[in-house]
Write a protein that binds this ligand. Structure first.
Ligand SMILES: *[C@@H]1O[C@H](CO)[C@@H](O)[C@H](O)[C@H]1NC(C)=O
Ligand SMILES: *[C@@H]1O[C@H](CO)[C@@H](O)[C@H](O)[C@H]1NC(C)=O
Ligand SMILES: *[C@@H]1O[C@H](CO)[C@@H](O)[C@H](O)[C@H]1NC(C)=O
Ligand SMILES: *[C@@H]1O[C@H](CO)[C@@H](O)[C@H](O)[C@H]1NC(C)=O
Ligand SMILES: *[C@@H]1O[C@H](CO)[C@@H](O)[C@H](O)[C@H]1NC(C)=O
Length: 372
């Protein structure tokens, strides 16, 4: 009898605590004021004094977001302050978009432009890209593709060969990506008093991330990576024994949600987060990642956003998905039309994602809303 009473007491304390956490967390996630900016003339990477990323602690309202010191001495993209800006160009539904600056910009800048030179029109193709034969590419960071002839013997990215630049599935020495090799699993245990962290990276809305062939390596300046260059071929949606970031960044750009877990993360929490993500949307990828900390070995990512956690909070996770899924520079409304016909990457795919509503995910986490 005594045992039963103390059990109930402990359970009640826990339940009350959890309710509080969720309430605060909800408030914070909803109040986060950083929406996708529709202004085309955004400075790159950020205006002077403007923090280029924000971190929000979900559940400690008192902690202010960090303000990193900006010491970038370069040129703003695409225009300097006060100069006219190009009107918004929607790349959401068109297959081909030609972006032309609407105004002549006076400028004697002789350095590099990012990602395009001034007044240089460019064509972005969103279906399966192949490198066009001899397109002028100067010293750009990335290669732009149009439908064109495939140069002989050159495989840009077929999703099958030359993969080892990112991850070689046949190389045993790369198993640290999915095996827990830490001697101290305990340090990864869930901790109720550790807040989730929402991190947002700022980018100009006109920024198009470069697509790179497998002959070039891709590194990311922040981990877990939520923006940057990627491979041309997206990953098939579903759960992987390991999927490299160079691949899932492509999916993030088309509005996917990626779930990461550290190989040493507590199993029960990994499964709980998997269940939420799988039941929220079709457009998801799940993979282990060693780029997560012991303190927060679980994460959900969208383009430019990450939510890292020690403990899974169903409500916070589903709000993140509802708010940030289906956004990104390659996001299209009718994804189903593309997904069914394209060639994709599926190395180390374990289970394919199943449909929740439809391939366009017209409702996000609807099932969870009903059960909460
Ligand atoms: C920012 O960093 C630069 C170089 O590290 C330093 O000179 C400058 O004083 C810093 N500014 C602020 C506001 O901390
Ligand atoms: C890609 O792999 C093929 C064989 O699968 C090889 O002939 C070719 O040289 C490789 N290309 C690069 C860029 O590594
Ligand atoms: C749980 O997290 C809190 C806050 O970060 C920390 O002070 C505490 O030591 C942690 N507890 C354990 C058992 O790691
Ligand atoms: C990779 O291949 C592309 C297309 O042929 C080429 O333009 C680029 O220079 C190559 N990059 C490297 C690092 O060799
Ligand atoms: C997308 O799908 C909706 C309904 O399924 C349709 O009305 C619309 O025309 C489609 N748009 C494109 C660009 O295919």
């Amino acid at each position: 009898m005594f045992f039963l009473h103390s059990f109930i007491f402990v359970w009640l304390c826990f339940a009350t605590y959890e309710a509080k956490t969720i309430k605060k967390a909800e408030a914070n996630l909803l109040e986060s004021g950083h929406q996708l900016d529709d202004w085309q003339g955004k400075w790159f990477p950020q205006a002077p004094g403007e923090p280029h990323l924000s971190k929000v602690l979900i559940s400690t309202a008192a902690t202010p977001p960090t303000t990193p010191n900006d010491s970038w001495p370069g040129k703003w993209f695409p225009y300097a302050p006060g100069e006219p800006h190009i009107p918004q160009v929607s790349i959401a539904t068109a297959t081909k978009t030609t972006i032309k600056p609407a105004f002549k910009v006076k400028d004697d800048w002789t350095g590099k432009w990012f990602p395009f030179g001034p007044n240089e029109p460019h064509v972005v193709t969103m279906s399966n890209q192949l490198p066009k034969n001899e397109q002028k590419s100067e010293n750009r960071a990335g290669k732009w593709f149009t439908h064109g002839e495939k140069p002989s013997n050159f495989v840009c990215d077929d999703g099958k060969n030359n993969l080892s630049v990112d991850y070689d599935p046949n190389e045993v020495r790369e198993n640290y990506n999915y095996l827990c090799i830490s001697s101290n699993r305990r340090s990864f245990y869930p901790n109720m008093s550790r807040e989730a962290i929402l991190t947002e990276h700022f980018l100009p809305s006109a920024y198009m991330p470069p697509t790179k062939c497998l002959n070039e390596s891709i590194e990311y300046s922040h981990q877990p990576a939520t923006t940057g260059a990627f491979r041309p071929r997206p990953a098939v949606y579903g759960t992987y024994s390991y999927l490299p970031p160079q691949r899932y960044l492509r999916n993030l750009a088309e509005g996917a949600i990626v779930m990461l877990y550290h190989p040493c993360a507590f199993r029960g929490q990994v499964e709980e987060l998997q269940k939420i993500v799988r039941n929220c949307l079709f457009r998801h990828l799940i993979t282990p990642s060693i780029h997560l900390s012991e303190e927060r070995p679980l994460a959900v990512l969208s383009w430019r956003h990450s939510l890292t956690m020690s403990v899974v909070d169903k409500k916070v996770v589903s709000q993140f998905i509802q708010k940030f899924a289906k956004l990104g520079p390659l996001a299209i409304d009718n994804l189903s039309r593309v997904v069914e016909v394209r060639d994709s990457y599926k190395e180390s795919l374990v289970t394919e994602a199943r449909l929740i509503t439809n391939p366009d995910d017209s409702e996000l986490c609807g099932y969870l809303d009903q059960s909460m």
